[in-house]
Design a protein around this ligand. Structure first.
Ligand code: SAM
Length: 249
């Protein structure tokens, strides 16, 4: 069944009213008719199985058949602090990171970030990013929408750090492995891990030192140099794997 994240206000008792962008997709893209079943999610921990009653251009209506806890979320909260990348590489990180189970994306402007442009990331681009994450979350059956934070400078992102383990993926790191760094969190209930990944030109040594001074642990992703988008998705997946968050429930 197709899944849609909707504003909680569209849920009215045992019915749901679906606004124009969803109604349009139902009618003209998916060509669903009354009687078809879909799943809607309120992004507050619940999902609803719905039988469509009417599907018009601007609005669709459905009867709620069942309400259940939203499934599909990993037990660990991974934040990916990823330097903004050129072309659609950053969008690729958003899509794959969402499929993998990243809970939050922080677009970074670092010393060597070239993709953000002089005047920063436009509102239109941030809206496109949110749409890519939403579509990937619906397609991959996520139970919650990953958050795409407003872009931050490297220093702002370090100031923004809260509880949990912070890793910085650094290709010059020769000793510390991601596995060893994550191991102490294996027994934690809902571990929180933030992973910093640099731009095409990498982090400066000063940035790595600055992160270490704030408690971040530099880790290697192996002896090979990965493209940033490869490192980002590999690191997110490895953290979830090492924390057992990909194991069968
Ligand atoms: N210094 C790299 C080079 O020589 O091409 C440029 C940086 S790499 C393309 C982009 C980012 O991916 C790095 O900033 C780092 O965060 C991550 N990365 C790539 N390979 C890595 C590795 N083997 N270990 C840890 N991080 C890696």
């Amino acid at each position: 069944m197709h899944r849609f994240f909707i504003p909680p206000g569209w849920i009215r008792g045992d019915h749901v009213l679906l606004g124009d962008d969803v109604a349009h997709q139902l009618r003209h893209v998916l060509r669903l008719r009354p009687g078809a079943r879909i799943v809607v999610l309120d992004d507050r921990g619940a999902e609803y199985e719905v039988a469509l009653v009417s599907v018009e251009n601007k609005q669709a209506r459905g009867d709620i058949l069942a309400r259940r806890p939203a499934s599909g979320e990993p037990s660990a909260q991974v934040t990916l602090a990823q330097a903004v990348l050129k072309k659609d590489n950053f969008e690729w990180v958003l899509q794959k990171g969402t499929e993998i189970g990243v809970a939050r994306f922080v677009p970074l402007i670092t010393a060597r970030t070239v993709a953000a442009g002089g005047d920063g990331v436009s509102a239109a681009k941030q809206e496109r990013w949110a749409r890519i994450v939403r579509e990937a979350a619906e397609q991959s059956r996520r139970g919650a929408l990953p958050v795409v934070a407003a872009p931050l400078t490297f220093g702002e992102a370090l100031d923004d750090l809260t509880a949990g383990l912070t890793l910085i993926a650094w290709e010059e790191e020769r000793a510390a492995s991601l596995r060893d760094a994550v191991a102490p969190l294996r027994a934690a209930d809902a571990p929180q891990v933030t992973v910093f990944v640099g731009p095409e030109g990498g982090f400066t040594a000063e940035e790595v030192a600055q992160a270490q001074a704030r408690g971040a642990v530099p880790v290697t992703l192996g002896a090979r140099i990965l493209r940033a988008e490869t490192a980002a998705t590999a690191a997110a997946l490895l953290v979830l794997y090492e924390l057992g968050a990909l194991d069968p429930a």
